[in-house]
Write a protein that binds this ligand. Structure first.
Ligand code: CP3
Length: 342
């Protein structure tokens, strides 16, 4: 059903899945994860990653599964090791200059990435045909933020500073990341994913000119090269924080669908985007955490504006770890009741 909508179909109720639908808010995930303290080792163990992928689909009967992995397997595979520190997030040895970029390797689908592709194939074999399997990557810009900052950042001064001072040198890193993400997504499609999402989580920290150069252009190149190998693969772009630049992003990149963050007005998106591509979003994860009547009202307003579609229900960003699983069940139930309301 997700695929029908991505091909331009309209469905009431709309298909529903959630960013970060697998993870720490689920007790069954915490139990599985507690046996493997190292997060990336967990991602690289097919038996564990398959189970983590399937847990939310089983519990909530969602319309799609998203591969359990992380965007940061890309730098890890290129020779910039990534570790996760409890409560602090990812940590990398920051790339300091062009010499560090030159020292990076390409992405080879062997070893640990072969394990990720085994996860894809196994999940696909376990899912009912009508449940889509979503693969993903981080957009080159978002990956570069982690690789240059060495982890999460407040002001992105190092990565934005490099892009402004030395755009040609920084462009070499971005080009390498375009190639690496093309290779990763191609392998995921070869292994069995039905659709891919490109997470540009930090697109919104760029000034308008930088957004065009470092978010739109690399994403456009990535999609064109992926489609030269897999012409029909649907692509969902998620340029978080892109705001008024969304129509330009959609027109230029050629995405099949665009994910909206929660700051985008659903009525604005219906007017400005539904004529261009399918739209996905955009309940605030904190509203899901709060649940109850406030959540019901907010869901009704999103559905009211967008459910004529093509529309996919989702959050505006990932499920928060403190979210009660019952709120997710209530959310899915409310979205599914849209059929009779329509
Ligand atoms: O259910 C799913 O969405 C599938 C798997 C998935 C994860 N990360 C698992 C994960 C996906 C699609 C991602 C994408 C991802 N990873 C993004 C883009 C989306 C977004 O949230 O903006 C980014 C920026 C990352 C990088 C990352 N991974 C950070 C900053 C962190 C630490 C902060 C946090 O949320 O824990 C992670 C860790 C991570 N990735 C966890 C999970 C389930 C938590 C790990 C744990 O079990 O402790």
């Amino acid at each position: 059903m997700l695929l029908d909508v991505l091909r331009g179909g309209r469905r009431q109720p709309p298909p529903v899945w959630l960013m970060r639908q697998a993870g720490r808010y689920l007790p069954e995930y915490r139990a599985l994860r507690s046996k493997t303290p190292d997060f990336l080792s967990f991602c690289y163990t097919p038996q564990l990653a398959v189970e983590a992928t399937l847990q939310p689909v089983r519990r909530f009967d969602l319309d799609a599964a998203i591969l359990f992995s992380d965007i940061l397997v890309v730098p890890d595979a290129m020779g910039q090791p990534v570790s996760f520190v409890e409560g602090e997030g990812p940590r990398l040895e920051a790339l300091a200059d062009s010499a560090a970029v030159e020292a990076l390797g390409g992405l080879r689908i062997d070893g640990r990435l072969a394990a990720v592709m085994e996860t894809v194939a196994t999940v696909r074999a376990h899912l009912p045909r009508e449940t889509a399997l979503i693969g993903f990557c981080g957009a080159p810009w978002t990956l570069a933020t982690y690789m240059v900052e060495g982890g999460p950042s407040r002001d992105f001064a190092a990565v934005k500073g490099w892009a402004v001072r030395d755009p040609d040198g920084f462009g070499v890193l971005i080009d390498r990341l375009v190639t690496a993400t093309v290779d990763l997504l191609t392998a995921q499609v070869d292994a069995g994913v039905d659709v891919v999402q490109i997470f540009d989580t930090w697109a919104g920290v760029l000034p308008a000119s930088g957004f065009r150069r470092w978010s739109i252009e690399p994403t456009k190149a990535l999609i064109a090269r992926l489609r030269s190998r897999h012409p029909d693969i649907p692509v969902i772009g998620f340029p978080r924080g892109a705001g008024v630049n969304l129509p330009e992003y959609v027109r230029e990149t050629g995405v099949t669908a665009v994910g909206l963050d929660s700051a985008v007005s659903p009525a604005w998106a219906a007017r400005e985007l539904l004529g261009l591509c399918a739209v996905q979003g955009n309940l605030d994860p904190v509203t899901l955490l709060a649940g109850g009547a406030a959540m019901e009202r907010e869901v009704a307003s999103i559905l009211g504006a967008l459910s004529d579609g093509p529309f996919v229900f989702n959050l505006g960003h990932g499920v928060l770890p403190s979210t009660p699983p019952e709120h997710v069940a209530a959310l899915v139930d409310r979205v599914r009741r849209q059929a009779s309301a329509a």
